[in-house]
Design a protein. Structure first.
Length: 287
């Protein structure tokens, strides 16, 4: 019997939910990543959109598709991602994170758009079990980094860990005149994050003291999924790789990172590419 290959991992900058329907260089990178990895036993998703005062994992056999947004076209609400769950994975995770407690959510959550908007591209057949891990809002960045590292044994068990958020995510600062541009502060913060992910991922929590942190991360929900990949990279004693990069409307970073993957780099494929989907309703504040 052949040896089990260590499963790659990723952090994907998901941007607007409309990317679920659109085709652009970012969604192409997500598709390339999905096509490049061995078939996972399951996907463990850490989404910006399950940000609660608890550590929990979904433990239902058939998680529902959650449309946790408003003001978008009906076609987006019609999207379903009917992947099965894997209830036994909740128990494995609970053992790995001891002495911290992780609850098993059997009916409260499901698969939110931070997860399915990227998985519809990476794994369009929706035939791989998906389990979500909540982001515990009570915990500091260092705790999330450490938790990511403690999840490392899952990679040896065929589990693909995917964080989904945005390194820079400030919807209140959006500039509609910069569809693919970035404010100086957004670029500085994103570039510093890149330096750390490529050289010293264990230092990612130090970004909390960066002078542009409060503008780039007005709320930690979209930033913290990055720390799970950084933790996995630290546990593996190897840096992450950039999958694709870019900006949207001044205040969003679409940068994505992988760990242990061998997939086409999309960072240079900008000329002639379809524009990024960044349609947000005017009052949307937590997409």
């Amino acid at each position: 019997m052949s040896a089990i290959r260590t499963m790659p991992a990723a952090f994907l900058g998901h941007g607007s939910p409309m990317n679920a329907l659109d085709r652009n260089r970012f969604t192409a990178a997500w598709r390339g990543f999905g096509a490049s990895v061995p078939r996972p036993r399951a996907i463990l998703a850490v989404s910006a959109h399950w940000y609660v005062n608890a550590t929990a994992v979904t433990a239902m056999a058939s998680p529902r598709t959650i449309h946790d947004f408003y003001g978008f076209p009906q076609a987006l609400f019609d999207v379903r991602y009917p992947a099965p769950g894997l209830p036994e994975l909740a128990g494995e995770i609970a053992e790995l994170v001891k002495p911290d407690h992780v609850g098993a959510d059997v009916d409260g959550w499901g698969i939110d758009h931070g997860t399915w908007s990227v998985l519809v591209h990476a794994f369009p057949d929706a035939d791989i079990p998906v389990v979500q891990l909540s982001i515990d809002a009570r915990r500091p960045p260092e705790w999330h980094l450490a938790l990511g590292a403690r999840l490392a044994p899952l990679r040896e068990r065929g589990v693909l860990v995917v964080g989904s958020g945005n390194v820079v995510h400030n919807l209140r600062a959006i500039d509609w005149k910069r569809p693919e541009g970035a404010f100086d502060w957004a670029r500085r913060f994103d570039e510093r994050a890149r330096e750390l992910m490529l050289e010293r991922p264990h230092d990612i929590p130090s970004l909390a003291s960066h002078p542009d942190f409060r503008l780039a991360v007005p709320s930690p929900d979209h930033f913290l999924p990055l720390l799970y990949l950084a933790g996995l990279a630290s546990a593996a004693a190897r840096p992450a790789d950039v999958l694709v990069d870019g900006y949207a409307y001044g205040s969003l970073s679409m940068t994505a990172y992988t760990l242990g993957a061998h997939c086409p780099q999309a960072t240079a494929d900008r000329d002639g590419a379809a524009p990024l989907a960044t349609d947000f309703p005017p009052d949307q504040a937590n997409v």
